[in-house]
Design a protein around this ligand. Structure first.
Ligand SMILES: Nc1nc2c(ncn2[C@@H]2O[C@H](COP(=O)(O)OP(=O)(O)OP(=O)(O)O)[C@@H](O)[C@H]2O)c(=O)[nH]1
Ligand SMILES: [Mg+2]
Length: 196
């Protein structure tokens, strides 16, 4: 877990923190590893908690992106609440072939709301798009994200489809929110924050 400030710069880079949440086995670690290392393993190693780092050029900035990959949660009481408070944005991941992982996002989101207190950029992600046994239609995922006023995307950590765009979109949203705060049209970490 990163203990660095979310607002500061590290060596001229701007640091941004993202956390990845969801049921176990939905592919949280795989999505992050696809994005950071462009790699995929079919083996399953349950995560306890792991932080990944990636430096990237984004909107004329050098971003030092810290990604907290959490342990899969069914009981939302298991969320690492303290660590989540310092994040700039969140991925809520389910697997498109696991309806329980989709339904379970409600508990996880509820707990996240209780933890961070205010709205922040969140993207709902339906992973395992490459598998044929879909239980969650695209429209259902999109409808949930719209209802929660969040971004939405589907992806496959296995093929890599859609993974890069997820991080690009959440970063774009984080930067947009920061600009609005800077311009004074948005209170810092305001609960009036509206997502795209
Ligand atoms: N076919 C397919 N398999 C995937 C995909 N993403 C992950 N998997 C597989 O699903 C299993 C679980 O993946 P993980 O990334 O470990 O899932 P996780 O959500 O991090 O699991 P926890 O750490 O226990 O919460 C592994 O066997 C992965 O290889 C995907 O997009 N397509
Ligand atoms: Mg994991």
């Amino acid at each position: 877990m990163s203990s660095k400030s979310t607002s500061g710069r590290s060596g001229g880079k701007r640091q941004r923190n993202i956390a990845v949440l969801g049921y176990w086995n939905v592919g949280k670690t795989s999505v992050v590893q696809r994005y950071v290392h462009d790699a995929f393993t079919p083996k399953y190693f349950p995560t306890i908690e792991q932080t990944y780092q990636k430096t990237l050029a984004f909107q004329n900035m050098e971003i030092d992106l810290m990604i907290t990959d959490t342990a899969g949660q069914e009981e939302y009481s298991l969320l690492p609440t303290h660590a989540l408070q310092s994040c700039d944005g969140y991925l809520l991941v389910y697997a498109v072939n696991d309806i329980n992982s989709f339904e379970g996002l409600k508990n996880i989101y509820k707990k996240l709301q209780e933890t961070i207190g205010t709205s922040r950029p969140i993207i709902v992600v339906g992973n395992k798009l490459d598998l044929g046994d879909r239980q969650v239609p695209f429209e259902k995922g999109k409808e949930l994200a719209t209802r929660w006023d969040m971004l939405f995307a589907e992806c496959s950590a296995c093929s890599g489809e859609g993974v890069e765009e997820i991080f690009t979109n959440i970063l774009a949203h984080i930067e947009r929110e920061r600009r609005l705060v800077y311009l004074g049209t948005r209170s810092p970490r305001s609960d009036k924050c509206r997502l795209m």
